[in-house]
Design a protein around this ligand. Structure first.
Ligand SMILES: Nc1nc2c(ncn2[C@@H]2O[C@H](COP(=O)(O)OP(=O)(O)OP(=O)(O)O)[C@@H](O)[C@H]2O)c(=O)[nH]1
Ligand SMILES: [Mg+2]
Ligand SMILES: [Zn+2]
Length: 299
């Protein structure tokens, strides 16, 4: 058996790459279906390569084992990511709620995060960067501003990615693929933003992993909707907000959801500008979602 990493998968076929850079097309053994797991891009696997040309017909190779995952994301479905790069841009208009959800998913999996604000060449970029920094400083997420188009700060982004398996995630049209092309000289397909609705056109259709020295990056299809992956006790949501930590134990009620309870230290801090009000407002939206999902969990 050989060892490799799954770099792409479509229609039940998976492409694995070995350490020497050779690629093998494989199918998954039936046992995975019984175990209700499927190989994901980023998975480290053991496999048997195909036999080559047997009677003019290439035989499939097989994914034999999926090695233990260090992390697993559902949206996008990828494995073993160590740094989630949330890519946003002034255009299409940032969906910060989506960013917050991605941040929560990453923290649940102990994946580090980086917010990449692309299209720094656009005139609205400076305001968007200031807003992002104000919102995410307390959330302990760094913000990097780059322009894939002009190349501004693209090289310095590499120092953040170094040593990681990174996943580029975010709305369609923010420039994930363009940025990968600029970083590593790739020629992935990119798409315009529709004029009428100012949205990306879902150009990238499948996740794909690329490796350059000590950086692995997975490009993924953009999306605009993101559901909470699994219901969890809504009281746990606040644990994913580092900005609340300073006020732990200071609320009148215990547990306090920092929703609308009287004597809540977090609400007070937001009122006094010590916690970003927009982040708190979106936390309240997610708290309501979380409570709903928790109530419906047996349906
Ligand atoms: N002005 C400007 N435009 C950019 C920049 N980076 C990308 N774009 C443009 O943004 C559009 C979308 O780029 P893509 O790379 O296809 O976006 P994506 O995030 O990969 O989109 P999906 O694959 O649909 O998820 C294209 O028209 C790019 O030329 C940038 O730094 N500045
Ligand atoms: Mg793309
Ligand atoms: Zn509280």
């Amino acid at each position: 058996m050989m060892e490799g990493v799954i770099v792409r998968g479509r229609g039940g076929f998976y492409t694995a790459r070995d350490a020497a850079g050779n690629e093998f097309v494989l199918r998954a053994k039936k046992k995975f279906r019984r175990q209700k797991i499927s190989p994901l891009v980023g998975d480290r696997i053991l496999f048997t390569p195909g036999e080559g040309e047997a009677e003019g017909k290439e035989e499939d190779g097989w994914v034999e084992e999926i090695l233990p995952r260090t992390s697993q994301c559902l949206r996008p479905p990828v494995a073993n990511v160590t740094l989630l790069c949330i890519v946003a841009a002034p255009r299409p208009a940032p969906d910060w709620l989506l960013v917050d959800k991605l941040l929560i998913f990453a923290r649940k999996q102990d994946i580090r995060t980086l917010l990449i604000l692309n299209k720094a060449d656009l005139k609205e970029a400076e305001a968007a960067a200031a807003q992002a920094r104000a919102m995410y400083a307390g959330a302990k997420m760094e913000v990097c501003c780059v322009s894939a188009q002009s190349g501004q700060d693209v090289e310095s982004l590499k120092s953040y990615l170094s040593g990681h398996t990174c996943c580029f995630s975010g709305q369609s049209g923010v420039g994930k693929s363009t940025l990968l092309n600029a970083l590593f000289g790739l020629s992935q397909e990119t798409g315009d933003i529709s004029r009428k609705i100012q949205r990306g056109k879902n150009t990238t259709r499948h996740a794909e992993l690329f490796t350059f020295g000590d950086i692995s990056v997975i490009d993924t299809p953009g999306f605009s909707l993101l559901e909470m992956d699994e219901a969890f006790d809504p009281v746990l949501l606040r644990d994913y907000y580092p900005e609340f930590e300073l006020y732990a134990g200071q609320c009148r009620f215990s547990p306090c959801y920092h929703g609308s309870e009287p004597g809540c230290a977090v609400l007070q801090a937001a009122k006094e500008g010590r916690i970003n009000a927009e982040r708190l407002e979106r936390y309240h939206i997610l708290l309501a979602d979380c409570r709903q999902a928790w109530r419906d969990r047996y349906d």
